[in-house]
Design a protein around this ligand. Structure first.
Ligand code: NAD
Ligand code: ZN
Ligand code: ZN
Length: 391
């Protein structure tokens, strides 16, 4: 089959690779009908997440048709079913899964020992997300093996098009979890750093959960326009306006009740000198991640407020404003999304028309064109927000 493979930093290519096989009783093989490129793939592309190997198949946002089933798959999955696959691989019956913490499944990362060295304890395996997270082949491909398919595949029984349900695999639940972690109460003001797919869905979800005002921060005018037009958020362009001043002004001097970092480890800084500081440290590996948005979110948040860190980090950061965080009684919550927990309720909201996630799609292309998709998504060209691939 054909698949989009990681070759080297900043180099992906569509190559012929062996077809996936059923390896375990609870596996399914899915013929992929739609797959997307995620902001997390950019961190892998640029080599910021360790343990990528030449030839690794990328992609963790996909859906398709079940074409083969292991004999142990329960829960009524049948050949021919249309399914959306969540990005964390989860067994459904370990201690973490039973608590609903699916991205922390204790049974799905065969390389847990390496992850423990880096992180203390291991998170779950993730499709196409480095050998640290299990070395699973991803879904930017014609077929994928889906382990624990009875927990990890949501059957779509009505005729909703792929475009409306595909993002249940990742960015819609992720944006929703980002907003949920803010514990929003009526009247709250929520600020969101990053107007990518995750930031767009975090903003839309914050309104769904009762926020009074949502303020989205980015530097790309076309992404901020999408946030205003599609989610109803107010926006700040951080290249034109000082973010902390603007947020103080918009919140009667107090700061937003909750601040969502939907940027993660490759944050950009409006000041070239400060950008160079983090970029330089990252280059010599004296910090692995550039946490500018996170720092700003901490400093901007109101006293006693909440930081929801949904953007991805890989390792270690520098100059975290711990004094501000501690003295002002802030709370920080975080995590890879526990997608399985949110898929059914969010599918219900899509069915009822409360949200139509397809608004983020700006590009649809053939699997063969995936490297071009990475290019325009990475460089924010052609007003790209989300690329959907049709294998
Ligand atoms: P994206 O690259 O499309 O969006 C990131 C946005 O952040 C860009 O528009 C960029 O201009 C903006 N940005 C950069 N520096 C900024 C700054 N200082 N202030 C404000 N905005 C800034 O990516 P995406 O697909 O939306 O993903 C966003 C993050 O979420 C990534 O780190 C990704 O890995 C992560 N993610 C996490 C999970 C999870 O489960 N926790 C799931 C999916 C994605
Ligand atoms: Zn993702
Ligand atoms: Zn588990």
């Amino acid at each position: 089959m054909k698949a989009n493979c990681w070759i080297a930093p900043n180099n992906v290519a569509v190559e012929e690779v062996p077809d996936p096989q059923i390896l375990n009783a609870r596996d399914a093989i899915v013929r992929i009908t739609s797959s997307a490129i995620c902001g997390s793939d950019l961190h892998l592309l640029q080599g910021y997440i360790p343990a990528m190997r030449k030839g690794d198949v990328l992609g963790h946002e996909f859906m398709g048709e079940v074409v083969e089933l292991g004999h142990g798959v329960q829960d009524g999955l049948r050949i021919g079913d249309r399914v959306v696959v969540p990005f964390p691989i989860a067994c459904g019956n370990c201690n973490s899964c039973e608590r609903g913490l699916y991205s922390l499944c204790e049974n799905s990362n065969p390389n847990a020992a390496i992850a423990e060295l880096a992180m203390g304890h291991s998170p779950a395996g993730i499709f196409g997300y480095s050998h640290l997270m299990g070395g699973y082949a991803g879904g930017q491909a014609q077929y994928a093996r889906v382990p624990f398919a009875d927990v990890g595949a949501l059957k779509i029984e009505d005729d909703l098009p792929d475009e409306k349900v595909l993002f249940l695999s990742d960015v819609l639940p992720t944006g929703y979890m980002a907003a949920e972690m803010c514990d929003i109460t009526r009247g709250d003001i929520v600020a969101v750093w990053g107007a990518g797919p995750v930031g767009q869905f975090a903003a839309a979800s914050a309104y769904l959960l009762g926020a009074e005002r949502v303020i989205v921060i980015d530097r790309f005018a076309y992404r901020l326009r999408m946030a205003r037009e599609k989610t109803g958020a107010e926006t700040i362009n951080y290249e034109e306006t000082d973010v902390m001043d603007a947020l103080r002004e918009m919140t009667a001097g107090r700061g937003p009740d909750a601040c969502i970092d939907a940027v993660g480890m490759e944050a950009h800084h409006a000041s070239p000198a400060l950008h160079a500081y983090d970029k330089g440290k990252q280059a010599v590996k004296s910090e692995t991640d550039r946490p500018h948005a996170l720092r700003e979110a901490v400093l901007s948040c109101r006293n006693g407020g909440t930081i929801s860190a949904i953007g991805a980090y890989g390792g270690f950061i520098d100059k975290f404003p711990m004094g501000s965080f501690m003295n002002r009684s802030l709370t920080m919550r975080s995590g890879q999304c526990h997608v399985q927990r949110y898929m059914r309720p969010l599918l219900e909201r899509i069915r009822k028309g409360e949200i139509d996630p397809s608004f983020i799609i700006t590009h649809t292309m053939r699997l063969d064109d995936t490297p071009h998709g990475y290019d325009i998504f990475k460089n924010k060209q052609e007003d790209c927000v989300k690329v959907v691939l049709k294998p």
